[in-house]
Design a protein around this ligand. Structure first.
Ligand code: SF4
Length: 211
């Protein structure tokens, strides 16, 4: 089975509750959205066909057992992910998704799913199904200083907790830290269990690929 792969790399998880753990990333090509703030635009329409064995050969060189399927939007390749995870079942698999498509073939093969909904493209039915059928799930929102919509969505989905990551656009480090502190101060008044994590990858690596 063939799939287009933007990049495969070994790094640490920079987002969500698994932050800091070593992981191998398989970034699949293609996305069903076009977010203006996307920081992986190079993965939205790339072509780099690889078969499952080639991908396995590459990941098996790394001394880690956690694999993260990311994108783009990896759920576009639901069949491939299900095939790969069943064939190479000596790894723990994680998914990063925008939550607009339901991966019905692969959902029960992921140890953990991070959903990062985009406020302009919410599919409530899919989000509710992801919550219902995943083994373990968390919601992560990349937020600016106005996060009313994110809180409304949490209310609608009955979420009691989530991770908020202040968005890093073209900020200097100093302005990013100041923005993050303002968001922290606003969130102190919110009655949800919200974890605030800066965009660690961007602090450490900027826009560099494959790290
Ligand atoms: S959903 Fe993610 S990968 Fe797709 S365009 Fe938006 S930010 Fe980029």
């Amino acid at each position: 089975m063939i799939v287009d792969v933007s990049e495969i790399f070994y790094s640490i998880q920079g987002e969500g509750s698994k932050i800091g753990y070593k992981a191998i990333f398989i970034r699949l090509c293609g996305c069903n959205l076009k977010c203006p703030f996307c920081d992986t635009k190079y993965a939205l329409s790339c072509k780099n066909p690889m078969n499952a064995h080639e991908i396995y050969e590459k990941i098996s060189r790394f001394p880690a057992k956690n694999i993260i399927f990311t994108g783009g939007e990896p759920t576009l390749k639901d069949n491939f992910m299900a095939y790969f995870m069943k064939k190479y079942n000596n790894y723990s698999y994680f998914l990063e998704t925008n939550g607009t498509l339901f991966p019905k073939k692969s959902i029960n093969l992921f140890s953990h799913i991070v959903v990062s909904p985009k406020m302009f493209a919410i599919n409530l039915d899919v989000l509710k199904s992801l919550i219902k059928y995943s083994i373990s799930i968390e919601f992560k929102f990349v937020v600016d200083e106005n996060f009313t919509k994110e809180l409304e969505l949490m209310e609608e989905l009955g979420l009691k907790e989530a991770t908020f990551q202040p968005v890093w656009l073209n900020d200097s480090m100093e302005s990013y830290i100041k923005k993050t502190v303002r968001i922290i101060e606003k969130l102190k008044d919110i009655p949800y269990n919200i974890r605030i994590i800066p965009q660690i990858h961007k602090i450490l690596y900027g826009q560099k690929k494959g790290v």
